[in-house]
Design a protein around this ligand. Sequence first.
Ligand SMILES: Cc1cc2nc3c(=O)[nH]c(=O)nc-3n(C[C@H](O)[C@H](O)[C@H](O)COP(=O)(O)O)c2cc1C
Length: 225
Amino acid sequence: MSVFDDAQLKAMVPERHSVRKYSSGLNEEDRKKIGDAIAEINSETGLSFVLVAGDPAGIQKFGMKGHFGGATDYIVLAGKESGTLESDCGYWGERLVLYAQSIGLNTCWAAMVNKKEVLKHVPDGMKYGLTVVIGHGAESGEDHKSKLAEKVSNLSADSPQWFKDGVEAAMKAPTAMNKQNFFFELKESGKVLAKPSGGMFSEIDTGIAKVDFELGAGKSNFSWA
Ligand SMILES: Cc1cc2nc3c(=O)[nH]c(=O)nc-3n(C[C@H](O)[C@H](O)[C@H](O)COP(=O)(O)O)c2cc1C
């Protein structure tokens, strides 16, 4: 049975915020749950996500504490080199992030890490995608500012409710520097095209936002173009 429950993940979309201060790392039970979730993703997708617990050198920028204060654990998102590795890391990483939120953990996607340390944990033959810091937050974060729905989609007065709900959920997704570099286009065919709109991390951002869109819109209401 899957550890991922879409109704539970959907409820976490408005709850999840980036957290950069932590009071404690993962306990044994957390490690087991996150480990099981990672094992499920890896076996389903062929990705190679790795939980790095109790070895915070990779998330302490150049040895300085404070960037992700109090954090001791992180997840390395990695996989075989492919044209879709970034968007796959975004998509499956976001499902993991929302699952973590559902079991009382906090997270922050992190491009700025001590890469030399982080790369030590990438399995042989795999390519590094990104890092997600994880732990018990000392705070719960806050809502981010968002672009207008019309800037990140072709939403109009005639759009079906599920499309509106999907776009609204996608606007709550984490994106690099909160740039929201994605665009959701409802095609005449009724299918939805998710397009990176350019810029650094746009592919990974779009992969992430697709999860939130799917949960908001309801997978049974549409298919991807
Ligand atoms: C690809 C990616 C890279 C990110 N890198 C960093 C980072 O290096 N440091 C950091 O503090 N936050 C990082 N973030 C978190 C974003 O700043 C955050 O998601 C955005 O400001 C929206 O805020 P929210 O996550 O609280 O909704 C990153 C997010 C993404 C998706």
